[in-house]
Every structure is written in C-alpha cells, then in structure tokens.
Design a protein around this ligand. Structure first.
Ligand SMILES: Nc1ncnc2c1ncn2[C@@H]1O[C@H](COP(=O)(O)OS(=O)(=O)O)[C@@H](OP(=O)(O)O)[C@H]1O
Ligand SMILES: Nc1ncnc2c1ncn2[C@@H]1O[C@H](COP(=O)(O)OP(=O)(O)O)[C@@H](O)[C@H]1O
Length: 504
C-alpha cells in the first residue's frame, strides 16, 4: 500500500516525511490541525451541521439516567484498573521472567513499516522528547511494552487501540519520580474518529483516564489505583492523524487516594504554543486489598521500604505476630492443645504455624539428642525460629518439653527488644502430674524409661522445671482440649493480641 494512503488524511496531502516534519514545525498547523470552522469550541462541536438534523432526544427517565450514570461510572472504573488479571493466553515464560525495565521498553518496539518508522522517529527526536529526556527526574519508558505479548490482544489500550490507523506506535512516556508528574507523546491515527477527521471524545477520555492514572501510581502504597472519578472538559477538536502530548500532575495524595489533573495538547515545534484539546481532573483510589490483588507479574511486584517496621508489617498483614510457647512433660498434652489452637486460629483467618518435633527434631535439629546441652541448643534454635515467625506477623506455636527455666527465659528474651517493640511471648504451662502422664503414655516411652531403656527421660531420670509464673496455666488433667483452647483464646482477646472481629 502506498505510504501516503496508509497515513491519515492530513498526511495524505504529501509524503510521510512532509507530514511528519509539518507536525513539528510551523507547517504543522497548516497541514495537520485543520479544525473545521464550526468546530471552534466543544459546545459548537456538538451542535454542528452534522448533528443539527438529528431530532432532539427525549428527556430520559430518572431510572434510565441513573442506570446510565452507573454504567459510565462502571466503565471508567473498569478502565482505570491498572492491575491486569493474568490472561489464560499470557506467556507463562514471559510472566515468570518478570516485567521489562523502563529502559528495556525503549528498545523493544520495532516499527513494522516505513510509516511506523517515520512516526517513531518523529516522536523520538522531537524537541519535546529531547527536552524531557534531558531532565534527570524524569524516567523514560513505553509503558504498553510491559504488557506481556500473550495478554496484549485482550488489553484495550495496549492491544485493541494500538496499530495501523489507530495509535500507530506505542506512546513514549516520561514519569517523574514519586508519581509527581507524567508526560506522554502519542500519534493518533485516522481510524479513531467520532466526527470525520476528529478523534472520538471517548478515545481522549480513555487516554486521560490511563495517563492520569499512570502519573500517580508511584505515589500510591501498592502502585495500584482505580478510577473513582474522572471529569473532562473538551476544549478543541483533536484532529485525526496527529501527534499529541498528554501532561499530568499529581496534585494531592492522601493514603490510598491520589488526585491528578492533566490535559492533552497538540505537539508543536519549538517556540510555538500548543493548543489544549481536552482537560481533566481525576481521583484514583487504591483498593484496600491492593497488596493481595493478582498482577500480571506477581513475582516482580516489588514495593520496597527501607526498614519496614513491625507495625507497618502488622498493618499490611492485618494481624500481630506473637509466640505461644507450650511447655510440659512428655504426654502432658502440649501437641494436642497446640494443634487444636493452631486450627482454631487458622479458621479465624489468622496466619498461625506450629513448630514441633516433626518439623524440628527431624529437620533443623536432627543433630541433637536429649543431653542437657543438646536440649539447651534445641530450645535456643526453636526460640530463634519462633521469633522469626512472630516477627513476620504470624502466630508461632511451639510444643516442646523445654524442661529448663533458663532455656525458656532465653527464648523469651529473644522476643524482647530495647526499642519498646517486643514480640509477645506467652508461656503456656500444660500441667499434668507425672503419674497421669505415665498412665496415658501413648508412645510407651514412660514404660521404656522405667525399664531403663531411655536414659535422661524427663520426669523420670531428667528434671522438669515447672514455670513459676506462666501467662497461661492449663491443668490438663482437669479440662478438655476444647476448654484448654478456649482459655488460650480468652487470654489472646483480653490482651488484644487478636482482634475481636477475628471470631468464627
Ligand atoms: N529422654 C527423653 N526425654 C524426653 N522426651 C524424649 C526423650 N527421648 C525421646 N523423647 C521424645 O522426644 C520428645 C521431646 O522432645 P523435645 O524436643 O520436646 O524435648 S526438649 O524440649 O528438648 O527437652 C518427646 O515427645 P513428647 O512426648 O511429645 O513431649 C518424646 O517423645
Ligand atoms: N485435656 C486432655 N484430656 C484427656 N486427654 C488428653 C488431653 N490432652 C491430651 N490428651 C491425651 O494425652 C496424650 C498425650 O498428648 P500429647 O498431645 O501427645 O502430649 P505431648 O505433646 O505433651 O507429649 C494423647 O493421647 C492425648 O490424646
């Protein structure tokens, strides 16, 4: 197809080169921005001859207008979602690799033909682009190149609206650090019209919705925002087959909310005054569950805070971390109660994890036996691991005999802090007379110990030092497992370690 005929109507008057250079210089206005005389303002645009013959539209009912309003609100809200739900067809490999960097996006696009090459070069070398590139606070990218290839076909701005006759080449964007401002340059083809030769207002609204959102994302805690509100004022018709500049600025940020203003103007040469085509203000709100929302690139969604504090982590995880340290004789009921408590906490939607012999003495501590020294080391290591779980805003439950007061104190001290943000350490004494434990003896260990087959057996041939002042004392020969768990839960609620709302 001849080059000129592939281009927009204003371009067709000459070669691509002429049209492109016209767009950057004084001839730009002459050859490309050819506003129909009757199209001088937005209000006139909609009362021109083309629409004058259309009979007046009957006043809609309140119900229809209400429905219309919500449809529009839903449309823009959906449009503004900056989180792409992973597509079934998206390339798993591409996703696994993670998104390209801003820098990488600049070399990813390869023009398909001479037309695209001309448009590409025109934007890339335009004085506006050169000036933006020279500003250290601005980061250059082509945002649509971050959308995985397999998902592009399903993406409105990155797929549907992109290509010959539409947005011919992926727009260039310059984002100011911290989500303060954004500028992008696009080429709008002749197949995006509402009125002949004039870009459809919905296209411009789409560009503003996306552009203003991209401006503020970096200012939001999880870099996600949904359009809550978008107000648009059309100022002048936007000619098809022309280059436009979108400029946006974040005016206010409050927690999960960001207010942005911006406009689209013509791309003009140095010394010329651009024409403002459309202006907008918008409010973007980050969803409450933003951190958990699906992303195209889940593994590379890095939101890094220097020195993330424990309270910040607790806020993000929506729970406090602490350790429930069960201690008692063998067969006292530690594992049974800890398991029941863990299950109950999990049912409440809380993150809880139990450390016991299965995952510690058979793994991390498989080098340790039952000498006093080995038990000391056993408890020290478990204390460290429990502290890490608690620090990650998880409820750690440990069920080990932990027979020595000094060892349990070491574990407790590991949870303390001189910064005033100690992790709660709750000692749960599962108390049972040795005779009852011996009578239960589910594993036959007491019998073996009495027979001298197991040396250093706690309660028989090795000491058990009962806690003097445990946070929770369970007489486990006198209560059921349910009652024991209820007593623990009561303590946790009373000490505000779990929220009252976390109840089954
Ligand atoms: N000598 C000796 N003394 C006590 N217990 C023994 C011994 N040898 C093996 N076992 C089994 O090991 C389990 C206790 O391991 P712990 O890691 O909890 O012990 S300790 O805290 O280091 O003292 C303990 O499990 P529980 O009955 O669940 O407590 C026993 O099954
Ligand atoms: N409150 C309770 N009442 C009656 N039996 C219990 C109770 N708690 C635990 N048991 C029983 O005691 C035995 C030892 O319990 P277990 O949890 O294995 O103890 P530990 O982990 O302290 O060695 C098990 O047979 C268990 O069913």
């Amino acid at each position: 197809m001849a080059l000129a005929s592939r281009l927009s109507r204003p371009f067709a008057a000459g070669t691509v080169k002429r049209a492109a250079s016209a767009a950057s210089g004084t001839t730009y206005k002459k050859s490309i921005v050819r506003f129909p005389r009757t199209f001088t303002t937005s209000s006139r645009l909609f009362t021109d001859q083309a629409t004058a013959s259309i009979p007046p539209i009957a006043q809609k009912s309140i119900l229809r207008r209400t429905l219309g309003f919500f449809s529009i609100a839903f449309f823009f809200t959906t449009l503004g979602v900056a989180v792409y739900i992973p597509s079934m067809v998206a390339s798993a490999k591409e996703i696994a690799k993670g998104p390209p960097t801003d820098e990488e996006t600049l070399t990813m696009y390869v023009p398909a033909d001479d037309v695209e090459r001309e448009i590409e070069e025109h934007i890339r070398n335009h004085p506006v682009a050169v000036e933006l590139r020279s500003r250290p606070e601005m980061s250059e990218s082509r945002p649509h190149m971050k959308i995985p290839f397999g998902y592009k076909a399903h993406n409105f701005t990155g797929g549907t609206l992109m290509g010959p006759g539409r947005v011919a080449v992926p727009p260039f964007a310059w984002n100011e650090a911290g989500g303060k401002s954004m500028v992008s340059i696009s080429y709008l083809g002749e197949d995006l019209c509402g009125h002949p030769g004039i870009i459809h207002g919905g296209m411009l609204a789409t560009m503003l919705d996306e552009g203003l959102a991209r401006c503020c994302f970096a200012a939001l805690p999880n870099k996600i925002g949904m359009t809550a509100n978008l107000n648009i004022n059309y100022r002048a018709p936007a000619p098809a087959g022309s280059f436009v500049v979108l400029r946006a600025e974040t005016t206010k940020v409050e927690g999960r909310k960001a207010w942005v203003k911006g406009h689209i103007e013509t791309l003009v040469g140095e010394g010329e005054t651009p024409v403002i085509l459309v202006e907008a203000t918008a409010l973007f709100i980050e969803p409450k569950l933003a951190a958990k929302m699906a992303r195209v690139y889940p593994t590379h969604n890095i939101t890094w805070h220097e020195g993330l504090s424990r309270s910040e982590r607790n806020d993000l995880r929506k729970q406090k971390g602490f350790t429930l340290w069960f201690t008692g004789l063998s067969a006292s009921g530690k594992s049974t109660i800890a398991t029941a408590a863990e299950q109950h906490l999990l049912h409440l939607g809380l993150a809880a994890y139990r450390l016991d012999g299965d995952n510690v003495r058979f793994g991390l501590n498989k080098d340790l036996g039952f000498s006093e020294k080995d038990r000391n080391e056993n408890i020290r290591r478990i204390g460290e691991v429990a502290k890490l779980f608690a620090d990650s805003s998880t409820i750690a439950l440990t069920s080990f005999i932990s027979p020595y007061i000094s060892d349990r104190k070491i574990a407790r001290d590991l949870h303390s802090s001189d910064k005033g943000d100690a992790l709660p350490f709750i000692e749960v004494f599962v108390d049972i007379p040795v005779e009852v434990a011996e009578a239960r003896d589910p594993k036959g260990l007491y019998k073996k110990a009495r027979a001298g087959e197991i040396p250093n057996f706690t309660g028989i041939s090795a000491p058990y030092e009962a806690p003097e002042n445990p946070e929770i004392h369970i007489r486990n020969d006198q209560v059921t497992v349910e009652e024991a768990v209820a007593k623990i839960m009561e303590y946790l609620y009373e000490h505000k370690l779990i929220e009252k709302s976390a109840s089954a």
